[in-house]
Design a protein around this ligand. Structure first.
Ligand code: SF4
Ligand code: SF4
Length: 164
């Protein structure tokens, strides 16, 4: 199965997960808080796909992203974030696709988006590190999600970009 075919199936599954948790999720297109700290871990296969998205951008948009590449550093805004929107949305990595959900990850820890602490997703059902609703019972971290794909090394985006 190609990575693209895999993503088609994965996105369908994610849509059903977002539907299940929709009452606790308030992501809106004008919110880009999570992308403003966009140095996320991604695998080689995701990086290649992301760069395919970059290659398909208009010249003007490419210039803006390239300018961001120059200033990008760990902890900073993702260089693909332009005017508070993801310029490579259809090509975004797994971590961006699953972000917003509450799910069960390694060692039965429930992962919630960091914005739970800024009054956004799940904040009505989250208190003192505990969530009072059922999390999605699948580990949606990158490595387990991609376990059947030849995904290569995983590095933070800033570390990949120094080699480009
Ligand atoms: S996950 Fe949180 S920070 Fe990110 S877009 Fe949704 S509401 Fe905003
Ligand atoms: S790739 Fe897109 S969705 Fe992911 S952090 Fe960057 S701007 Fe946000």
């Amino acid at each position: 199965m190609s990575y693209q075919e895999f993503l088609k199936e994965f996105d369908k599954k994610l849509a059903s997960y977002f539907e299940v948790q929709k009452d606790y999720i308030c992501c809106r297109c004008w919110c880009s808080e999570c992308c403003e700290q966009g140095d996320y871990p991604i695998s080689q296969i995701e990086l290649e796909y992301l760069m395919q998205g970059f290659a398909e951008l208009s010249l003007d948009m490419k210039r803006l992203v390239q300018e961001n590449f120059k200033h990008f550093q760990s902890g900073g805004a993702c260089p693909f974030l332009i005017d508070k929107k993801c310029s490579v949305y259809n090509y975004r990595p797994i971590i961006c696709r699953v972000h917003g959900l509450a799910y069960l990850c390694r060692d039965n820890i429930v992962k919630v988006p960091y914005c739970v602490n800024t009054g956004k997703n799940f904040s009505s059902v989250y208190n003192d590190g505990q969530i009072s609703i059922e999390p999605i019972k699948e580990n949606l971290d990158t490595a387990p999600v991609l376990k059947n794909m030849p995904y290569g090394e995983i590095r933070n985006l800033a570390d990949w970009l120094v080699d480009l």
